[in-house]
Structure formats: structure tokens, C-alpha cells
Design a binder for this molecule. Structure first.
Ligand SMILES: Cc1cc2nc3c(=O)[nH]c(=O)nc-3n(C[C@H](O)[C@H](O)[C@H](O)COP(=O)(O)OP(=O)(O)OC[C@H]3O[C@@H](n4cnc5c(N)ncnc54)[C@H](O)[C@@H]3O)c2cc1C
Length: 506
């Protein structure tokens, strides 16, 4: 068991934000840091797994925001590491909409019950216009202009309307335009398709400041399987207590756990977090986003150009709606991915994988006919039930004010908050986590230097009478404590307390 020892900073969580925060600390000379990670690996929501003979990404899969006026820092890391990626073109997804209610299968075996593309495109345009109008109305109402009334716009009813509404609001993020990721970094998205996984970027970052050998992190400052359960904080420092009873002391903590974890009771704060903080934490939505992977003995879906993404329109919103084949990423892998969100994700997480497989096969047979083969294997990640995640990513409510954003990231005493949810412009993304780690650390470094200045000043003030007494030195405001140490002041004078110096500085 580790015995309590005091570090300058403890970073809780070793996802993108925790690792980027720790790296900036190390680069700025703070080497006595400790990283406490609850799971047995680094990466957090960036996680690969071997499935069906290839490496699939259970968490973040895309580097979103590429090709714009500024360079996405995660894209830069990927380029530097030679990470293999594939461009994703979603623009044709709405030409590949299959509908449960269409009864006839197309004669060509791999086309199924597909909507004519013109019809789908019309519905898509209508749904986009309606979504934009809803947002405008919400904004006007929020700004106090109720003159246009609050009349709801037509709600989606038919399977195709429901499918498109799902794509616009759940699959793509419900973000208010303009979306900073696209404006700043560009509108292109690249799927990571590399056997080393997206998480390879984290290992490359870690290599810069942690001791590694043969691709493994062997640095004792990274402590895995350490579930933080309590943070006791005061003016003097923070005590961190883990589930296995270890106690760690630090001057400061950087807390990078997800918004879902902050909303849960996994970590107790003593004293409790102030109301302004807990209110802000509660205001954020937690999205659940689940990619289910299915491995088949052979392909039965169309694979030509513009066929990578396809949509299933069903009377239940979000019911196995968004599909992708992995032939572009891994040719010959025979893997399909279907994305579920929120309510459907939670429902599927609660049932057995066999049940989920049965449902998914039912949907595929509805699209492609009864003769398709059964899947050989299925992989269902459970982000909602993972107590170290409790969801996939944060979402700021469409109408949220600057105060919420500010309060989410504001430190509480010596506890500094980071993680994708603290990124004002890029929450929900890997680059949000990465940039938040850097921002939070910069704020902490400023605080550390201010604290040093305050200490120097107060020591200077306290030592002035002593120096006057010895008469041998004149002291200026700019003299440093280390400078003073060089002055040969007899230790006994301090220890005897004769000079009225409080014990705290001895
Ligand atoms: C299914 C899914 C798909 C996604 N798709 C994309 C995508 O395509 N593109 C994109 O840019 N982003 C995507 N994201 C979002 C992206 O993964 C996250 O925004 C980013 O990885 C968050 O990094 P983070 O460091 O803030 O948090 P995390 O990665 O969650 O790191 C926090 C760490 O804290 C640890 N922890 C939690 N509790 C404790 C505790 N009590 N004690 C110690 N450690 C603790 C966790 O184990 C974790 O390692 C997706 C996420 C998911 C889940």
C-alpha cells in the first residue's frame, strides 16, 4: 500500500485531458506529480478492442474538425504518429434510407427496401429547416421575444421523419450553430482505422514525460486501478483517498473525471462542493452513444462509392437507425456498426448481448431480406453502466448561459476541473479533452506562481523585524526567500521564538 506522500499536483483520470494536463505540468518543471486512474489502462473514452480480426474503437472513433483555417491539435498528433485514418463522407447517408414500411425488396439482392433518393433528400431538407426554425424560436423565447408565440413546429411522425430527426439531434450533436469545431478546424472528419488504435496518441504523449519501455508505461507516477473516492480539501492542500484505502497528499488536484462521474456519487468532496458548482454540474446533459459491432461471415450490403453509411427508418425513434460498414476502414473485415443513443443505448445495455443480436438481425433482415447470414459475433460497449464514465460525452443544453460554462470549469479551492465537459468550444470531442487539459494546467500554473509570490511577500514582511534586529541587512520587497536563506541568520533565533515569528513559517 502506498503511504501518504505529498506531491505538487495529483491528476485524477488518465484520459486525453488528464494526460495532456500532466504533460504540461511536467514541461513546466512540475515533475513530482501523480496520476491516479481508476481503470487498468490509460485512454478513458478513447479505447480500442480487437474484434473480428481488426481493431475497433469502442469510444471516440473520428478526428472531427479537419481541413479548416486552423489545425486541429489532435489531427496534428495523428499526423505526427502516422495514424491510419479514413475520410468519412456522411453526405450520401440520406440517399441510403431503408424503410420498415416498404414491403417489396428490390430485385437486386443487396438493395433491400430503399427509399428513392429524391424523396429522402426532400424529407431531409424539411427536417433540417424545421430543426433550424425550432432553434431560432427557442433563442427568441430565451431572449424574451414571445411575440411569435411558442407554437411547436410539426413534430416528426413517420419513420423517415423520425430517422432524420434522430440523425440531426442525437447522432450528430445537438450543437448550436456555428459549431466551433467545424468553424475553427474544418468540416472534414476522419475515422481512425489503425491497429494501434486512437489510444496510440495517448501513449505518444505519455512517452514525452513518463518513463516508458517497449511501448509500456513503467513510470511509478502513473498509478492504475486507483479509484478515487474522496477529496478532502482545505486552504493547505488536498488529501485524496482511494477505494483500496490509499491516501495521497498534494498541494493541488486536477480532476479530469467525466461529467457523468461528477453527477454520480463516486467521489465525495469534503467539504462538499459549493452550490454554484453542483448546480452547474447538474445542468449539463450526459449523452449516451453506443456503437454496436457485428461480424459476418460475408458481406451482403452494398459497398460501392457513397454506400458507407445507411439509415433504417422505423416507427420507434432511434431504433437501430444509423449503420456503417467497415469495408473502407478495413477491407474484407465483414463488420457492420450500428449506433444507438440515449434511451435506446440504456435499454440495450440492460439486456443480454444475445437479445441485442436478435434485434439487430431482425432489423437487417427487414432491410436486406430473410436470406442474409447470422452474425458470428457481437460487441456491445456499456458506457452508461461503466461507473468510471456514466455516459459518453457532455452536451450543453441548447440554451445555456456563459455562467454555466464558467462555473463548470472554475476551480474550487485547490481542486481544478478539466475534461471535455470544461471545454467551452469543443466539449464532447477528443480535442476538447486535450485542449481542456492544457487550459486547466495553465490556470493552475498561474495560481501556483501567484501563491509563490504571496508566500514570498508574507515571508518578507514577517522577516523584516528580524532583519531590523540583526541590523546587518536591508531588505527589499524583491528579495527572495532563497536569497534570504543565503543570509546567515542563526537558527536558534527562529527556534527560540524570540523574534515572534509564527511557527507556521519555521
Ligand atoms: C462511444 C463514444 C464515441 C465518441 N466519439 C467521438 C468521436 O468520434 N470524436 C471525438 O472527438 N470524440 C468522441 N467521443 C468523445 C471523446 O471520447 C471524449 O470527449 C474524450 O475522450 C474525453 O476525454 P477526457 O479526458 O475528458 O475524459 P475520459 O477519457 O473519460 O478520462 C477520464 C478518466 O478518468 C477516470 N476516472 C473516472 N472516475 C475516476 C475515479 N473516481 N478515480 C480515478 N480515475 C477516474 C476514467 O477511467 C477515465 O480514464 C466519443 C465518446 C464515446 C464514449
Amino acid at each position: 500500500m502506498d503511504s501518504p506522500s505529498r506531491s505538487s499536483v495529483i491528476v485524477v483520470g488518465a484520459g486525453f485531458s488528464g494526460i495532456s494536463a500532466a504533460k504540461v505540468l511536467a514541461e513546466n518543471g512540475i515533475e513530482d506529480l501523480v496520476i491516479l486512474e481508476a481503470s487498468d489502462r490509460i485512454g478513458g473514452r478513447v479505447r480500442k478492442e480487437n474484434f473480428g480480426g481488426v481493431s475497433v474503437e469502442l469510444g471516440a472513433g473520428w478526428i472531427a474538425g479537419v481541413g479548416g483555417r486552423e489545425s486541429n491539435p489532435v489531427w496534428e498528433l495523428a499526423t505526427k504518429s502516422g495514424l491510419r485514418t479514413c475520410f468519412s463522407d456522411y453526405s450520401n447517408a440520406c440517399d441510403n434510407i431503408y424503410d420498415q414500411s416498404l414491403t417489396e425488396f428490390s430485385k437486386t439482392s443487396c438493395r433491400g427496401k430503399i427509399f428513392p433518393s429524391g424523396f429522402a433528400a426532400d424529407s431531409y431538407k424539411k427536417a433540417v429547416d424545421s430543426a433550424i426554425q425550432t432553434l431560432k424560436n427557442q433563442e427568441e423565447n430565451h431572449n424574451g421575444d414571445f411575440s411569435k408565440g411558442t407554437e411547436p413546429l410539426s413534430t416528426p411522425k413517420t419513420p423517415i421523419e423520425l430517422a432524420i430527426d434522430f440523425i440531426l439531434h442525437d447522432f450528430e450533436m445537438a450543437e448550436v450553430e456555428p459549431i466551433s469545431t467545424y468553424v475553427d478546424f474544418g468540416e472534414r472528419e476522419f475515422l481512425v482505422a489503425d491497429e494501434r488504435g486512437y489510444e496510440h496518441l495517448l501513449y505518444k504523449m505519455a512517452e514525452d514525460f513518463l518513463f516508458t519501455s517497449e511501448g509500456k508505461i513503467l513510470d511509478n507516477r502513473l498509478k492504475l486501478n486507483k479509484v478515487v473516492r474522496e477529496l478532502q480539501h482545505s486552504r493547505n492542500g488536498v488529501t485524496v483517498i482511494t477505494e483500496d484505502g490509499c491516501v495521497y497528499e498534494a498541494n493541488y488536484v486536477i480532476l479530469s473525471v467525466s461529467i457523468g462521474v461528477l453527477q454520480s456519487d463516486l467521489i465525495a468532496f469534503n467539504p462538499p462542493l459549493p452550490k454554484w458548482k453542483t448546480e452547474a454540474i447538474e445542468k449539463l446533459d450526459v449523452m449516451v452513444y453506443t456503437k454496436i459491432f457485428l461480424k459476418f461471415p460475408y458481406k451482403f450490403w452494398p459497398c460501392g462509392p457513397e454506400k458507407e453509411f445507411f439509415i433504417y427508418a422505423h416507427e420507434r425513434r432511434g431504433h437501430y437507425t444509423f449503420w456503417q460498414h467497415m469495408e473502407n476502414a478495413y477491407p474484407g473485415s465483414n463488420i457492420l456498426v450500428v449506433t444507438l443513443t440515449n434511451g435506446e443505448s440504456k435499454r440495450v445495455e440492460a439486456q443480454s448481448d444475445e437479445e441485442t443480436l436478435k434485434e439487430a438481425m431482425g432489423v437487417l433482415r427487414d432491410m436486406f431480406g430473410p436470406n442474409i447470414p447470422n452474425a458470428n459475433d457481437i460487441l456491445v460497449p456499456r458506457w452508461w453502466n461503466n461507473r468510471f464514465q456514466r455516459g459518453s460525452y457532455s452536451n450543453y443544453p441548447i440554451i445555456s448561459n456563459n455562467k454555466v460554462v464558467h462555473n463548470i470549469k472554475a476551480p474550487v479551492g485547490r481542486i481544478f476541473f478539466t475534461g471535455e465537459h470544461t471545454s467551452e468550444n469543443f466539449n464532447g470531442y477528443v480535442h476538447g479533452g486535450y485542449l481542456a487539459g492544457i487550459d486547466t494546467t495553465k490556470t493552475l500554473l498561474e495560481e501556483i506562481s501567484k501563491e509563490k509570490e504571496r508566500e514570498n511577500k508574507s515571508q518578507t514582511l514577517l522577516l523584516e523585524p528580524l532583519l531590523a534586529l540583526t541590523g546587518s541587512l536591508t531588505l527589499t520587497q524583491t528579495d527572495t526567500v532563497s536569497g534570504l536563506h543565503k543570509c546567515d541568520i542563526p537558527t536558534q533565533l527562529y527556534l527560540s521564538g524570540k523574534l515572534g515569528i509564527p511557527e507556521a513559517i519555521l
